[in-house]
Design a protein around this ligand. Structure first.
Ligand SMILES: *Cc1c(COP(=O)(O)O)cnc(C)c1O
Length: 378
């Protein structure tokens, strides 16, 4: 059988950066400074600059980044926060953890993202914030969303966990809302060697408030025993910050490799019944995931698996139909519900080759070709 194709290969990324991090790793270990410190501050400075904002606060993970942001802007009990139904469950989870109620909005059929049209009906007098998710690596029409939230008079928070380096009209993810929330979970485009996250913002007061909440309510960031707020423990480790700083220096090259592979897929699959999620020309899609849609998803997926090709489904159940969140579901959301049965994430990672793409597409052609033959036979 031909060589198998993994869904992603994080080991190859680690192999590339290891020579650059082994020395700083050893220094950090010997220094005894493992949580916070210069390595964290250096990464925060670099990450804020990359996102085109003035402040970044390293936190424990992306879910905390969202929850802490909501708390810091005063969202809590009695409030509703609009979230798209098609997202990783953490977006809605953070809303509930912050004490508020998620209000699910449907998504656009072409991009599977929130749009002004799908957002508007989800806004109510209780709406206290809107979370836009740049799902799969693509930002939605931020100008149109901005008009809706301005009219509603509520803050926009960006869940940019899948959108490191994505742009809308040249402006980076994380720089549009009151804050941008990032995850550096290992599998994200910029991933640590464990859990990590960050909140980015132009607002110095908001940044300081997130930092305080993330560090047991301590004002000023150090390890003293004066606690002004009831916070939590969600801080970035020095070792993770070292990995992230090293990987950040490679991130544009890795992102361009993802985009080139996605272009290759798009050309190869033009006219195929396996349709890729539509790319908006005003957006720089950083292709955290390359998502296709096909009516016969489970069979196509099984056939790829039979050829040693690993795929994913993001996500098989929309948030509002998850057992944990069904009590917040107000009405059916037909686009998200239909997409959940059709989406199929194809292998895509920076070290993948064009030959890999061709093999995946050859198998897709063979499976969908059989469909056509069956129709002719019938
Ligand atoms: C990964 C992810 C999160 C959560 O990030 P963690 O670091 O895993 O907590 C939130 N939202 C989206 C869209 C994600 O993909």
């Amino acid at each position: 059988m031909a060589e198998s194709i993994p869904f992603t290969d994080l080991g190859l990324l680690a192999r590339e950066v290891w020579p650059e991090i082994r020395q700083p790793f050893l220094q950090a270990l010997l220094s005894g400074c493992y949580v916070g410190g210069d390595a964290v501050t250096d990464f925060e400075t670099a990450w804020a600059a990359y996102c085109g904002v003035s402040h970044a606060v390293g936190v424990g993970n992306g879910t905390d980044a969202i929850e802490l942001t909501l708390e810091a802007i005063g969202v809590g009990a009695g409030d509703e926060v609009v979230v798209p139904a098609n997202t990783f469950v953490a977006t809605a989870e953070a809303v509930v953890r912050a004490g508020a109620v998620p209000r699910f909005a449907d998504v656009d059929d072409a991009t599977l993202l929130l749009t002004a049209e799908t957002l508007e009906p989800a806004i109510t007098p209780r709406t206290a914030a809107v979370i836009v998710v740049h799902l799969y690596g693509q930002m939605p029409d931020m100008d149109a969303l901005d008009r809706v939230v301005r009219r509603a008079g509520v803050p926009l928070v960006e869940d940019a966990a899948q959108a490191h380096g994505a742009t809308w009209n040249g402006r980076r993810a994380g720089s549009f809302g009151v804050a941008g929330c990032f995850s550096f979970y290992p599998g994200k485009n910029l991933g640590a060697f464990g859990d990590a996250g960050a909140v980015v913002t132009r607002d110095a007061v908001l940044a300081e408030r997130v930092r305080t909440l993330a560090n047991h309510g301590r004002v000023g960031g150090s390890a003293h025993y004066e606690h002004a707020l009831v916070g939590t423990n969600s801080r970035l480790d020095a070792l993770q910050a070292i990995v992230l700083s090293a990987k950040l220096a490679h991130n544009e090259r890795w992102t361009e490799a993802r985009i080139a592979l996605a272009d290759e897929y798009a050309q190869r699959l033009a006219g195929s019944p396996v349709r890729l999620v539509v790319r908006n020309p005003a957006a720089r899609n950083v292709y955290h995931l390359l998502v296709a849609r096909t009516a016969d998803r489970d069979r196509v997926r099984a056939r790829l698996a039979g050829q040693g090709i690993d795929t994913g489904v993001h996500y098989p159940t929309p948030c509002h139909l998850q057992p944990a969140f069904a009590r917040f579901a107000a009405e059916p959301l037909p686009v998200a519900e239909r997409a959940a049965g059709e989406v199929l994430s194809l292998p895509l990672f920076p070290h993948m080759t064009d030959e890999h793409v061709m093999r995946v597409c050859d198998v897709l052609d063979a499976v969908t070709g059989e469909d056509r033959d069956e129709l002719v036979d019938a």
